[in-house]
Design a binder for this molecule. Structure first.
Ligand SMILES: Cc1ncc(COP(=O)(O)O)c(C=O)c1O
Length: 385
């Protein structure tokens, strides 16, 4: 008799982009050019103020555990960020520092939902929402969004999902991954009100706030005081490997979140917390990153349609273009492999974000250098010609 592997771990789908990354690394190892557009992370380090604070902390701070809810100075700084960026008064007592937004998903899903609960989310979408939900025994109810609604959930899609069974939660992301699309303020307010009316817990992943091109992102806190708002130092603050995020939880969930934090993680990484206090004073430097993403986006939006990547989701924010490549392929994974082998351009197959329709979509990340975007567009132009 073999020793068991849990059923819950079997729901975890593989990341197909890993295959592309492996092939890209192999190509690079033999000296061939690779234009990395597969990975969704800034290629810059943390801002200088954070690096300096970390150096000082290494020498002067004991770096033991912090309180499970996070370092009080950081919780205050995060609350201050809501005043400065959104004009919102947030009680630092409702701020929970987490191990990346990924830690916040686990903590908040466990605090808000029980086994068998149903939580709606957009497809295409960030794959870890649904895999974390499924691993926790929570049903992920996929809302098939399309380009007409900017790939964002609508109340009509929610009505349809509720016709099949009650909904306990809704996860939204604006800007979203993989599309970069955003909800208008009206649409966000509408979804927030719908959740209130139908006692649905709204979870708003605001990780790409600060990286926007067409409108400033609004926080769901403005529209729903029972919402859980999740954010991170990974994207706008350019600190992916520091593994630090946060959430703003409603009063009624604070005790559950604190106890879960104590038991699951003890505390988020202390060095990262101490250093991150300085991140909110680095907005000038961070604005240069966003300006580079804006230039990269402009290069790709100018070049890609002429090459055949025509139907692109509205790239309002984040650093992604999600392109319908139905005219070029019906097998996005094989297409990505061939594109890498023949042009050096590494992109992510849509099946990582949408198992039903992703076979004719690709995601290009433009978080890298502008030169990479220009060279990648040239290489694709030669290839498709
Ligand atoms: C939409 C979205 N949410 C959350 C995450 C997880 O980020 P982290 O755990 O680094 O905060 C990512 C990472 O790519 C993402 O794209």
């Amino acid at each position: 008799m073999s020793v068991k592997v849990s059923d819950r771990s079997q729901v975890l789908a593989p990341f197909h982009v890993m295959e592309v990354m492996r092939a890209a690394n192999a190509r690079e190892a033999v000296g061939d050019a690779v234009y990395h557009m597969e990975v969704g992370q800034p290629d810059t380090s943390a801002p200088n103020g954070v690096l300096a604070a970390a150096e000082t902390a290494l020498r002067s701070h004991r770096l033991g555990y912090t309180e499970a809810l996070g370092l009080p100075e950081l919780r205050h700084a995060i609350a201050g960020h809501y005043k400065e960026s959104y004009g919102q008064d947030v009680d630092p007592g409702r701020v929970i520092v987490t191990t990346g937004s990924s830690g916040a998903f686990v903590q908040s899903f466990l605090a808000a939902f029980d086994i068998g609960d149903r939580v709606a989310l957009a497809s295409p979408g960030y794959p870890c929402y649904r895999t974390i939900l499924s691993a926790l025994g929570i049903e992920a109810v996929l809302l098939e969004t399309d380009i007409g609604d900017a790939f964002q959930p609508t109340t009509a899609l929610l009505d349809r999902a509720r016709a099949e069974g009650p909904l306990d939660g809704l996860i939204i992301a604006s800007p979203a991954n993989p599309t970069g699309s955003m909800l208008s303020d009206t649409a966000l307010a509408e979804l927030a009100a719908y959740c209130k009316t139908h006692s649905i817990r709204l979870i708003s992943d605001e990780i790409y706030h600060g990286v926007t091109y067409t409108q400033k992102a609004s926080t769901a806190l403005t529209y729903n005081d029972e919402a859980i708002v999740i954010n991170s130092f990974s994207k706008y603050f350019s600190m992916t490997g520091w593994r630090l995020g946060w959430m703003i939880a409603p009063e009624g969930l604070m005790q559950a979140c604190e106890r879960l934090g104590q038991n699951l993680f003890i505390s988020p990484p202390t060095l990262s917390q101490v250093a991150a206090v300085a991140a909110f004073d680095c907005k000038e430097e961070l604005a240069l990153n966003v300006a580079r993403y804006a230039r990269n986006r402009a290069v790709l939006l100018d070049q890609l349609p002429a090459i055949g990547f025509e139907r692109i989701a509205p790239a309002d924010g984040a650093f992604y273009l999600y392109a319908d490549v139905a005219g070029l392929t019906n097998d996005s994974q094989a297409f990505c492999q061939r594109m890498l082998a023949e042009t050096g351009v590494a992109a992510t197959p849509g099946i990582d974000f949408d198992s039903a329709r992703g076979h004719h979509y690709l995601r290009f990340s433009f978080a890298g250098a502008t030169e990479t975007m220009v060279n990648a567009a040239d290489a694709l132009k030669q290839w498709i010609k």
